[in-house]
Design a protein around this ligand. Sequence first.
Ligand code: PEP
Length: 261
Amino acid sequence: MTVKRKLIAGNWKMNASFSSNEALVKALVTGLDALKAQVGQPSLPDVLVCPPAPYWAQVSALLEGSSIAQGAQDVSEHDKGAYTGELSLSMLKEFKVDHVILGHSERRRYQFQNDSLICHKVFQAMNAGLTPIVCVGETQDEREQGQTWAVIKRQVMSALSMLPVDFDRVVVAYEPVWAIGTGLTATPVMAQEVHAYIRSLLEPRTTHAKALRILYGGSMNAANAQALLAQPDVDGGLIGSAALSSSDFLSIISSAVARNP
Ligand code: PEP
């Protein structure tokens, strides 16, 4: 049986500068090389960083020759035209950005993005050959009111609704909103329950459901990563705050190594 390679993705959000990016990426590349020498390339998880758009060229140059990929934090559903402030998929591709986070709770909240818009973005990203990382998750109120399953089902089904039967490549990130940037984390058992549920939602839609990666996000850090990543349906992490520290991010990457063959 082939064991699925995990994906460790860093969402830098609106945190970057030329100097901090250079220090962070250089430390990640060096650290990942050292880990590769220790455990071998096949045992490493896939690693992705998602800097703010103005830094794509700088980060792409710093990543040259490494196995770390670069992602975007959002993208327009439109190809080009009069959409002030937006970024298109073709722009991402020009900068070798091959993953894109979609439906992050901060975009849903501060940019008023809804399920219908996110579903169009997922469709366009897939058509353009990129890998969308689709974020879903309940708020604290929704969890307390017993609505977690209904919210997850609505967000997952809607986000994937325009994709053809048997889609592959999509990554889903379970990010309970109450755990993002708060220091609160879903317990490994809570995360596993929701991840298994998400996989059960994918199963009728695609024969690739078992192979698709479902990431956990929400205050994942060096201390809790091992236990979360040990869950059978947790295929990696989407990491915010801890992705800004090379030592924390490398420690999370090391936790993912242990689970690979
Ligand atoms: C995120 O915003 O995707 C995230 C998981 O943030 P943090 O790790 O800081 O909770």
